[in-house]
Design a protein around this ligand. Sequence first.
Ligand code: PPS
Length: 285
Amino acid sequence: PGPHSVLYKGLMLPALVHSTESLRYAQLGFQVRDRDIFSVTYPKSGTTWMQELLTLIHSDGDPQLAQSVPSWERVPWVEQTTAAGFLENRPCPWLISSHLPCGLFPTSLHGSNAKVIYTVRNPKDVCVSLYYYSKMASFLEFPEDFGEFVELFSAGKVLFGSWFQHVKGWLGLRDRLNFLLLTYEEMHQDLRGSVERICQFLGKPLEARALDGVVENASFQAMKQNRMCNYSLVPENIMDQQISPFLRKGVPGDWKGHFTVAQSQAFDRLYQEQMQDVGIQFPWD
Ligand code: PPS
């Protein structure tokens, strides 16, 4: 691994917030509780959005908490170096994020009653979003050429490994876990309906006014202005938002302005090959 990366069981991760110890703690030390609520995502698939939604649902649509505590403290990542500090004495129920593929996830999930919300996004848009993120984040490797980046992404040579392995791994567990599958695209198309689905899954129905509060405060515009989730608290030498804002475009389909026809066709072939047995119809299929 390069100076910015840590290699753990075949996975290459930014050393800024990950270490061998933090990954080992996540997988083997961390004790999942029945009332834990996990938001699991491959990077750039709606992580920050789900952190905001879960916080707002938890606070009945009141933005006070979302506007006063950074997203990464409200819904911390179990695999990061700060995890134990945030999670050891957590109240219950608690909200936890993770980018981990299922094989490296806390093993105590199995046999627990914890809830898992898995959010998946069109991989071509994930690839574009990750390209700009790699450009603005000083801790990520970055080839200028987008075509080269598509190849790295297709081969799983990016942080958290292959999108295909991540998605197939988690979807393969969906019948064995307390599991809700959401897509970034359906959240974009019908945020209110998606929030209702999340509330139903969590067994936390909200009144119309509270629902309004969640939807208003989790809009792209509202989140862009919230310093507690727009990553403006991170120093510019780590994330340079002049190069590309963290909340960049926030729409499905941006890949169309980035992939060439040939790149898109090659990716579609790989996608067919990898996903043919998954048996789920996605909005982008
Ligand atoms: S990370 O680094 O893995 O935590 O990134 P993640 O939050 O998963 O993904 C960032 C992308 O999600 C978009 N985003 C949103 N889109 C629509 N509405 C809302 N509210 C929203 N919040 C975050 C964000 O803009 C990134 O996508 P791109 O395509 O780069 O704009």
